[in-house]
Design a protein around this ligand. Sequence first.
Ligand SMILES: [Zn+2]
Length: 227
Amino acid sequence: MRHWKLILLGLAVIGAGYLLHRYLPSQHNPFRAPDLTEPIGLATYGKLTDLKYEAALCKEKRIEAGVEFTVLAADGAESSCPLQETLSLKKSLTPYNAAPLRMTCHQMAALHVWERQVLRPQAEKIFGSPLRQIETYGSFSCRNIAGTRTRSQHSYANAIDISGFVLEDGRRISVKDHWRERSDFGRYLAKAHKGSCRLFSVTLGPDYNTAHADHFHVDMGSAETCK
Ligand SMILES: [Zn+2]
């Protein structure tokens, strides 16, 4: 008799697991393949992180999301910063003010989700205007973290610095000028910062230190920080 109870319990657990997997929205389900167009959910960060180890899948997902890029083979062009295969961004949803932007695929994937699910909709919501341009200080750069002997994630093409945003109506939101400001500009930057912390391993803004007073640094390195 006890065996039957155990078997029934086992079947109930399997059934519940199946139903959960079947009906749980993909963004909350870590066992579903990543989709860069879906809303941000409980499983999004884990899936973006996993793309680090799934180069082919990462590129496929970016194509599905409508991002255009060229693949740059591994090279040692900068001898002290040899790179594995990286991507050069050709076209995203929103233009950037600098090119080329060279990044690892999973870093570019997180950037795309930030753009699609946070930066663009928040611009519409707060200002009633589409986002025209994202301003950046760049992505790949063969250098150490300022004031240290530790290699920056920029030296692995695994980071990007974002300094501001331009709206379709011409207004410009600047991290340097509007961070913590009690205005729509300040509110937009707060939303952008909070959203990036759900997607990237590391987000550093003006509250972190003076070296970040005029930009958000976001990366997909092994550390985890949101400041
Ligand atoms: Zn940076």
